[in-house]
Each structure stands twice: as C-alpha cells, then as structure tokens.
Design a binder for this molecule. Structure first.
Ligand code: F6P
Length: 335
C-alpha cells in the first residue's frame, strides 16, 4: 500500500485531530502518503482533498473539532454517490481509506466497500460511545468531563436555592454520557434511554423521588440528568411540567454542543493516538472493513457491521450503585 485516504465524518468529537495526526505520523513512519478529504464523504464526492504530511499535523492534537472538517452527507447513501466516490479514489490511486467517525460514518464506509476494492478501516470518533467492540470511543471521555464540570456548576446554584435542575446531555440514543456524568457529579436521578425502555418515568414518580430524597437528607438541591430524546420537549418541557403540576422551583439546562468542544482529555488524546496508529497497522496487515478498537488496553479489529448491529450495554454496576445505593427509589431492607 502506497497511498492512504483519510476523512472525518459525522458529528465531530474531541480527539479527532489527535487521531488524524496519528494516522499521518504512522503512515509516514511506514513510508505511505496520506491524502485528506475535507468535509467527510462530501469531500470524496467533490474531489476536495489535499496531501497531509507530518508538518501539516503538528500541534493539532490539543484541539477539538477537526482541521479537515466534517459533515453529515445524506447523498452518500445513494448507490451513484458510492460509485462516484470509488471512481474518485481510484483516480487518485488511493489503496486504503481511513474513516474517523461514528456509526453513520461506518455505514457509509460499508456502503462504499460494495463499490470499491480498496481497504477501509474505521476509527471510532463520537462522543456518544455507542459503538460495539471498543471499550470507549474517541471523544466520550471529554464529553463526560464537560458534562460533569457543568453539573458541578449547576449544583452550586441549585444548592444555594434548594432547586431542582434538569440537565440535558447528548448521547444520541445511548445513555453512556448520562450515566457516567451523573455518577461523576453525584446527580440524584437519571433519565436514560436504556432505563426508559424498561420502565418510563412519569412526572409523579419523579416528584415522589424528589420528596423521598428530601425526606432522607433534608431540603436541598436535586439534580437530574436527562439524556436527549428521552422526554417529549426535552429538559425545558420537563421543568415546566414539574413546576406546573407540583409547584417546585425547577430549572432546565441544555448542555448541547458545548459537550463537543474545548481541549480533549488526556484519555481521548491517548486513545486517538493509539487507534490512529492501529488503523495504519491494520492496513499493513491487509485487513479491511474493520474498526480499530481498544479492549482492556489491547488494540483489536472489529468487523464494521458489528459496530452498529451489536450494542455495548451500560455498565450494570454503575447503574446499580447510582440507583439502588446512592439514590434508592425504595428503601432496601437491612440484612
Ligand atoms: O453523535 C454526536 C452527537 O453530538 C449526538 O450526541 C447528537 O445527538 C448529535 O451528534 C447532534 O448532531 P448535530 O451536531 O448534527 O446537531
């Protein structure tokens, strides 16, 4: 393999730049050239590309976002788009493509592979941590850190005024950011997709829990983490409903895209560096249609399709501790 293409696609994630840097440095180490496509798959279709040498990636690992830009490209789902992309890759004599992104980006990679013979390797870059086969995705640790930091700040004001706060976090349809940030910040309650599927919360169950929490520890703040898409109208609607029906001073806070910015955490920089290098080494091994993942400190290769067809569950021990020990809904009988 002589020439590698690389792109970042979908929602940007802190650490994508570190992954890009690692891809470029590792490729250079093994004597390969790198061509970067700008704006994800859109750049593949528009022939929007530039060579990337080690000098181009110096000192980018400490920044979130992505220097080669990202995009969500709906058109790439079409057969003609994949064929066009394949022709563009062939015209550039590209032998392998590294796709840094989440499950939508990996589906795009799989789609491309039906029309292109080159190798394709995915690198998991998403704050949502919703890809099977890797202990963590690049960007997740930073997003949790940002959410925890915000929750700590909300706690200060919530405590001062004995208020209920609902803090809405990202995560798409997975509760990883919600659970970890709630645990890290000592939130009283979580509304997570995985829990809602089992037993959806109602306004009255939430209020009962607030009352029970107050009864146990006296008046104070009550901070609830709400995963996005888990309450119709989100945190604003939930806060209004709680306040209207039960006259509790209740405030919403939407963290939104703040969770994708600022300096990537050390864990994300290191994971991105390892996985970027791993992607290039997988290309050298001749494999294709896999994601470069990390399990228990060991770099592994996961079939691309598994990354979205299978699901990593939430950590059951964290759930148990948060729910049954720290914030019990019912009193557990003493043994
Ligand atoms: O996948 C990353 C993510 O930030 C999700 O958590 C969120 O649901 C989505 O992207 C937001 O997408 P956009 O940036 O296109 O609004």
């Amino acid at each position: 393999v002589q020439r590698i293409g690389v792109l970042t696609s979908g929602g940007d994630a802190p650490g994508m730049n570190a992954a890009l840097r690692a891809v470029v440095l590792a490729a250079d180490h093994y004597g390969m050239e790198v061509i970067a496509f700008r704006h994800g798959y859109q750049g593949l279709l528009d022939n929007d590309h530039a060579p990337m040498r080690p000098a181009d990636v110096m000192h980018i690992l400490q920044y979130s976002g992505t220097v080669i830009k990202s995009a969500r490209c709906q058109r790439f789902k079409e057969v003609e788009a994949a064929q066009e992309a394949a022709a563009n890759l062939d015209a550039l004599s590209i032998d392998a493509l590294v796709v840094i992104g989440g499950d939508g980006s990996f589906r795009g990679a799989e789609h491309l592979s039906a029309h292109w013979d080159g190798q394709i390797i995915g690198v998991p870059g998403t704050i949502d941590n919703d890809l099977f086969g890797t202990d963590a995705t690049i960007g997740y640790a930073t997003a949790v850190h940002i959410a925890m930091d915000a929750l700590d700040k909300i706690r200060d004001t919530a405590d001062a005024m004995d208020r209920v706060f609902i803090v809405e976090v990202m995560g798409r349809y997975a509760g990883f950011i919600g659970l970890s940030s709630a645990m890290a910040a000592g939130a009283e309650r979580m509304i997570l997709p995985e829990l809602q599927k089992e037993k959806p919360l109602t306004i009255s169950t939430i209020v009962k829990h607030i009352e029970r929490t107050n009864a146990i520890r006296g008046e104070g703040s009550y901070v609830m983490v709400l995963s996005e898409h888990q309450w119709p109208g989100g945190a604003v609607a939930l806060a209004e409903q709680l306040e209207a029906e039960y006259h509790l001073p209740c405030r919403p806070c939407l963290l939104g895209h703040i969770q994708r910015g600022g300096p990537p955490s050390p864990a994300d920089r290191i994971l991105a560096s390892e996985l970027g290098v791993h992607a290039i080494e997988l290309i050298r091994d001749g494999v294709t249609k896999v994601m470069a993942g990390m399990q228990a400190g060991t770099p592994i290769a996961v079939p691309l399709r598994d990354t979205w067809e299978k699901k990593n569950p939430l950590d059951s021990n964290l759930l148990r501790i948060q729910h049954e020990i720290f914030n019990p809904v019912k009193k557990t009988p003493r043994t």
